[in-house]
Design a protein around this ligand. Structure first.
Ligand SMILES: *Cc1c(COP(=O)(O)O)cnc(C)c1O
Length: 954
């Protein structure tokens, strides 16, 4: 028998680890860390770091933090308010079956979803190969030469195609022709993009309304939004006669059966790869594609994966033409694409690998058969199908019956597309079952069975595809699932993602993406809702979006939120357009100047340029702060034409500048608006609010601060918050309020990943979020303290503190030992780390951001690696190690280095197991250092022939 003194009830709550889940250091570890930095407690550190002038007055409160189970219950309850009907709406979004092997092993696998953009190629070979497969797939199907590694959505890709056409076409015209058969959201986003740049958009029937002399380019939809299929070869040839550029927006699945855009002579093809296994998810995220003719590849926006060699001459992948990256081009940038849709592109490419050309063709044929059967049933009922030939979509005139039929279909559990007031559109897809066809016929008043009809073909005979696709061996692997599982596993094993090690990327906030937050995104009630489904079927989404928006307003101090932008950079663009519309509404069309500090992220000037603004750079002081005198001078000089300024807070130098309020005041005093880049909100949540500081608009990177994983370079979400006076000018959407200004194809961008951010907020509560911010600041200051002495911390506040990240200077090493910032980054790979952000915002430096999620042990492991690297450089400085042949120059070391003769002046032990590296769980880079120059000189952006694979493996 146990007495009450022997047995005590614990007050420890096993599920109540909201704060512990996301917060790395334990309370005891925090005490130790504070001692190293020299503060009594966390609040003292925060008080010394965050200027009191910007501290928020009221704490963040919105009820108690939920446990994991409570939050999941809440998400379940919310999901149940969505009704996932069978959708035959089409219009760019189609039912698709995600092969379970892809869902489980990619979409739900942290090895894939927690990876970062593959800027460090040696630790990214897996996702680079998957993206190369994607590019190869897109080139094959479109019949064009070069494809990029994804864009944000089909409508954005169309707008990018227009901008590309304007850059490369020889025509001097300033108008762009848009096929009226383009999806309405595509037309809307093109209009948004064209307007500030002063280009005219002509929408019409290309066969009757297009005069090539008038335009620099044209876009045609193939098949058209209502299902019609046309041959554009003749029109394209006419466009080329005047030097104009032709774009075809093509359905990726239809291309398996139809003549490719390349064969029609198109210069550019764009579209969505959603129906290659990526759920509709109420609009996104999905990967758009863009492919171009070889002649214009160097002008193409977005990232491009290419093939190069490593230091041993083995094949290695990398991002090609990295100098095209927007932070280098700044105001010369032609696009602001930074975060794209890597994870979704990987899924779509794996769908092609999984099914192979025969499988995909069979899927396309089945979809077409279903469409033909659907047409036959309707014809039997006396309806005339508008399209003589079609792929998956048909449209019928139903007159005053429209409402009746649509409602009857909903009662049968099916959504059809409402077209105008008298027509109905029907798009069939991979998921459509015979019972669905019969249900639709019933809604139209017919009681037939599918078996009554014989399927035949109604594709245009002269447009049938004659060329092969997906011929590369990678699309022809053995169809046993074991092969697929292992291929996916092999690729992910080549990569270093957050599931293996801290990724201390300054400004990119690589924090925990908690599993409980990820679970709901694949629930059908979230993933299977069509973006244009009737509003009453998406009440759960509405509730979530409204509540999340409210929470984001209280975090930022803004009054209204638009959830539409699909990335931070799209948020910037949307925010600047909002400012522009505001000025226009006041008759201030001449206000077009945008002040941007030279330290800004490259997307800032790129977005300003896209919004039709003139960028005026503002100097930075030696300590990294914005030069207030220069700012004031420029604001005065451009007082009459000032539109806005763009500032990042805390600054890109990782410091809370004291002068931010003054910057806002000066801007306002000269009639401008303030755009505060919110990428660094992880340093502010709960402590300071942009809206209180004097800013008018900001974007939030939900894939940084609010736990959406980076997915290897996307998805992302960049909602913008604005003050009340700007609320009326936020982006509209054809599908919701009918207002102009859409920046994304779908009204709410990529809503199916919002459950991640929302559950993060629910499980943290206001208090937990504030604690996360404090610990993010603690972790960064701890690193700065531990590395001081070995490295210079470049920027600190007057009190000697950094915000949530710190920049360390490796330039002295270059002088003393010839060790470059690149060498340090590559040596970190040997230690089992992804390098911090390199050479930004200052060349030759590393910007380290640990986030609150990292434990003291992991941070210490990183610091020990950095300190050891400093000692290795010292060995060179002091002549103990060769200047050219040393562990830093030869990094990363691979298993290849362990075999054969060893002639280096250091041991294999030193090479492969530097401080930080795990012994048993050692991360081995799959390639040695990648040759960047070689890859750019010999641009190869599709899968190399299999013979080269064999060669590389030898
Ligand atoms: C990440 C980042 C951006 C761009 O965000 P994306 O989502 O990648 O488009 C803009 N500004 C800063 C300071 C950033 O760190």
């Amino acid at each position: 028998m146990t007495t009450s003194t022997e047995f005590q009830f614990t007050d420890y709550q096993p599920y109540d680890f909201a704060n512990r889940r996301h917060i790395g250091p334990s309370p005891a570890e925090m005490d130790d860390m504070l001692k190293v930095i020299g503060y009594q407690n966390l609040d003292a550190l925060i008080d010394a770091t965050v200027p009191s002038s910007i501290r928020q007055q009221v704490p963040l409160t919105w009820g108690a933090a939920m446990t994991e189970r409570e939050a999941l219950d809440k998400l379940r309850e919310t999901a149940n308010k969505n009704k996932a009907l069978v959708s035959l709406i089409g219009q760019g979004y189609y039912g698709t079956i995600t092969p379970p092997v892809i869902q489980r092993n990619i979409l739900e696998n942290p090895a894939w979803y927690t990876a970062y953009t593959p800027y460090q190629p040696e630790i990214s070979q897996g996702r680079l190969e998957a993206l190369l497969n994607f590019q190869t797939m897109v080139c094959d199907l479109t019949g064009l030469d070069v494809a990029n590694a994804s864009l944000l959505d089909e409508a954005t890709a169309a707008a990018e195609a227009m901008a590309l056409a304007e850059r490369v076409s020889k025509s001097k015209a300033k108008a762009f022709f848009v096929d009226e058969a383009c999806h309405p959201q595509t037309i809307a986003v093109i209009r948004t993009r064209a307007e500030p740049l002063g280009w005219t958009v002509i929408v019409g029937n290309p066969f009757t309304d297009l005069d090539p002399v008038d335009v620099f380019g044209a876009i045609f939809q193939y098949p058209g939004t209502h299902g019609q299929i046309h041959d554009f070869s003749g029109l394209i040839a006419r466009l080329h006669q005047t030097g104009a550029t032709a774009t075809v927006a093509a359905d990726i699945l239809a291309l398996t059966l139809l003549k490719s855009p390349g064969d029609m002579g198109a210069d550019i093809a764009i579209g969505s790869t959603q129906r290659f296994g990526v759920p509709v998810g109420y609009g996104g995220p999905h990967a758009a594609y863009m492919a171009v003719k070889d002649a214009i590849k160097r002008s193409m926006p977005g990232r491009l994966v290419g093939v190069s060699v490593d230091a041993r001459g083995n094949r290695a992948y990398r991002l090609s033409l990295q100098t095209r990256e927007q932070h280098i081009r700044r105001e010369k940038a032609t696009s602001n694409i930074c975060t794209a849709q890597v994870l979704l592109a990987v899924m779509a490419s794996m769908y092609a690998v999984f099914h192979g050309p025969k499988g995909i063709k069979a899927i396309a044929q089945q979809v077409h058969q279903k469409a033909v059967l659907m047409a036959k049933g309707l014809e039997k009922l006396g309806y005339a199908i508008e399209q003589e030939t079609f792929f998956d979509t048909i449209t019928v005139e139903v007159g005053h019956m429209q409402g009746l039929v649509l409602r009857a279909a909903v009662a049968e559990g099916v959504n059809l597309r409402k077209v105008g007031e008298t027509r109905i559109g029907i798009s069939l897809d991979e998921r459509t079952r015979p019972a669905t066809l019969e249900a639709v016929w019933r809604a139209f008043g017919g009681a037939f069975a599918v078996a009554e009809f014989t399927p035949d073909y109604r594709l245009p005979k002269d447009l049938l595809r004659q060329t092969d696709y997906l011929t590369h061996p990678i699309f022809h692997m053995n169809r046993a699932e074991s092969e697929m599982t292992r291929y996916i596993r092999r690729l992910s094993d080549r990569d270093l993602a957050l599931d293996r090690a801290m990724i201390p990327l300054g400004s990119c906030t690589m924090k925990l993406n908690a599993t409980a937050e990820m679970l709901p995104i694949t629930w059908p009630e979230f993933s299977e809702i069509h973006p244009f489904a009737p509003a009453d079927q998406a009440l759960g989404y509405k509730e979530m979006i409204d509540d999340l928006s409210e929470k984001l307003c209280s975090v930022t101090g803004y009054d209204a939120i638009s959830i539409q932008p699909n990335s931070g950079a799209q948020g910037e663009y949307a925010g600047l357009l909002t400012i522009r519309s505001y000025h226009l509404s006041r008759g201030d069309a001449h206000r077009t100047v945008c002040l941007i500090p030279t330290s800004a992220h490259g997307t800032n000037p790129a977005s300003a340029h896209m919004a039709g603004m003139t960028v005026v750079p503002v100097k930075a002081r030696d300590n990294g702060d914005v030069d207030l005198d220069d700012f004031r001078e420029k604001a005065e000089k451009y007082a009459d034409t000032l539109s806005c300024c763009m500032v990042t807070y805390p600054s890109t130098h990782g410091v809370f500048e004291e002068t931010v309020r003054q910057i806002c005041e000066i801007t306002h005093a000269h009639g401008g608006q303030v755009y505060l880049d919110g990428a660094n909100m992880n340093a502010m949540v709960g402590l300071a609010r942009p809206g209180d500081i004097g800013s008018d608009v900001s974007h939030l990177n939900l894939h940084k601060t609010f736990c959406i994983p980076h997915g290897g370079g996307g998805p992302g979400m960049g909602p913008i918050g604005v003050k009340a006076h700007l609320a009326a000018f936020l982006p509209g959407h054809v599908a919701t309020d009918g207002r102009p200004g859409a920046v994304s194809a779908a009204p709410y961008g990529s809503p199916s990943i919002l459950p991640i951010s929302w559950s993060y907020c629910l499980m943290m509560g206001g208090e937990g979020l504030t604690q996360a911010t404090k610990v993010a600041i603690l972790n960064a200051n701890y690193i700065a303290a531990r590395l001081t002495g070995a490295y210079d911390v470049l920027y600190k506040s007057e009190a000697g503190r950094v915000a949530h990240e710190c920049i360390i200077d490796t330039r002295p090493l270059a002088e003393s030992s010839g060790v470059s910032v690149d060498d340090v980054a590559k040596r970190l790979i040997d230690c089992g780390f992804h390098a911090p952000t390199m050479s930004w915002p200052v060349a030759g430096t590393l910007m380290i951001e640990p986030t609150e999620s990292e434990t003291k042990a992991e941070i210490d492991r990183f610091c020990e690696a950095m300190l050891a690297i400093r000692e290795e450089a010292r060995d060179i400085e002091e002549g103990r190690m060769d200047k050219a042949n040393n562990p830093l120059k030869n990094a990363p070391h691979t298993v290849e280095d362990l075999v054969g003769e060893w002639t280096r002046p250091y041991t294999r032990e030193q090479a492969c197991f530097p401080p930080g590296a795990f012994r048993v769980d050692k991360y081995w880079s799959s390639v040695n250092r990648v040759d960047n120059v070689y890859g750019d000189r010999n641009l190869v952006c599709t899968c190399p022939p299999m013979s080269e694979y064999a060669e590389a493996a030898e």
